[in-house]
Design a binder for this molecule. Structure first.
Ligand SMILES: *Cc1c(COP(=O)(O)O)cnc(C)c1O
Length: 246
C-alpha cells in the first residue's frame, strides 16, 4: 500500500537513524580490524553497496561521509546515478559486466571491479580509447572456483593480468573477490589469505599498467576477517542499509 506523506517522512527518518548507527558500528569494527592487521584505519576503505537501495538513502549515506558507492547492475546504475550526490564520492561497477554493456557504462563509473576475461577487457580498452580516457579496472577472481560465480580462475590470474596490461586505454589497480559462503572462519580466512598472496605476487611482477593498490574483498558477513587478511577495501551493503527486498 502507498505510504502517506507523514508515514513516508517517519519511515525515512527512522531508516536514516539506522543507517547512521550502522555506519558507526561498521567503521569501528573496520578500524579495530585494520589495527589488528598491523595497519591504520585509513588503510582500509569502506564501499557502500547500493543495489536495490533508494537514492534517498544513498544520498544520506554520502552525507555521512561515505566516499565510495558500488552498484551491481548497469541499468540500475544508469537509472539512479542522476539522482546521486556524487561530488565527493566515486561510483564503481561491481557486478558482472557483459561485453555488450561496456559502451553504456564506460564514461559513467570511476572504476569497473568485475573484469574477468580478456574479452571484456578488450571491449573496455576499445571504448575507453573512443572516449580518449583511461579506464580503471580491477580483476575479479573466482577464489572458490565456484561454477555459479563469475571471476577469473585463480591460477590463470597472473597470465590474465599480463594480457590485460598490454591493452591501451586501461590500467589495473587491483583485485576483487567474493569467496564462497563459509561458516568455518579458518577456511574463510584461508580464501582471503590466498587472495592477498596473489595480490602481493602480482605486485612483485612490476607489470606496466598494473599497480596493486586495491584488494577489494569482504562483505556484510565477512568484512572483519577480510581486513584481518589484508583487504584494502570492503564492500558492505545490507549491514548498512538493511536487508534488501526483492
Ligand atoms: C551485494 C554485493 C555486496 C554486498 O553484499 P552484502 O552482503 O549486502 O554486504 C558486495 N559485493 C558484491 C559484488 C555484491 O554483489
Amino acid at each position: 500500500m502507498e505510504k502517506s506523506l507523514v508515514e513516508l517522512a517517519e519511515f525515512r527518518a527512522q531508516k536514516c537513524n539506522e543507517i547512521e548507527e550502522n555506519l558507526k558500528v561498521i567503521r569501528d569494527h573496520m578500524a579495530e580490524a585494520a589495527i589488528q592487521s598491523g595497519r591504520t584505519p585509513e588503510d582500509v576503505q569502506l564501499m557502500a553497496v547500493t543495489k536495490r537501495v533508494d537514492p534517498y538513502f544513498i544520498n544520506f549515506a554520502l552525507e555521512q561521509g561515505v566516499t565510495l558507492i558500488g552498484e551491481n547492475y548497469v541499468q540500475e546504475l544508469l537509472a539512479k546515478k542522476p539522482e546521486l550526490h556524487l561530488e565527493q564520492a566515486q561510483l564503481h561497477l561491481i557486478g558482472h559486466l557483459q561485453t555488450n554493456k561496456v559502451k553504456q557504462i564506460i564514461t559513467e563509473v570511476d572504476a569497473i571491479q568485475s573484469v574477468d576475461s580478456v574479452k571484456v577487457a578488450k571491449e573496455i580498452s576499445k571504448q575507453a580509447q573512443k572516449h580518449d580516457m583511461t579506464a580503471e579496472v580491477l580483476v575479479e577472481i573466482n577464489i572458490g572456483e565456484e561454477e555459479s560465480k563469475s571471476g577469473a580462475d585463480y591460477h590463470a590470474a597472473l597470465e590474465l593480468c599480463h594480457e590485460i596490461s598490454t591493452l591501451p586505454g586501461l590500467y589495473v589497480s587491483g583485485l576483487m573477490a567474493i569467496p564462497p559462503y563459509e561458516e568455518d572462519e579458518k577456511i574463510l580466512r584461508g580464501y582471503f589469505a590466498q587472495m592477498h598472496k596473489l595480490f602481493v605476487d602480482i605486485q612483485a611482477e612490476n607489470i606496466d599498467n598494473i599497480s596493486m593498490n586495491t584488494l577489494s574483498m569482504g562483505m556484510s558477513a565477512d568484512y572483519v576477517p577480510a581486513i584481518l587478511e589484508g583487504a584494502t577495501m570492503v564492500r558492505v551493503g545490507s549491514s548498512i542499509f538493511g536487508a534488501r527486498t526483492y
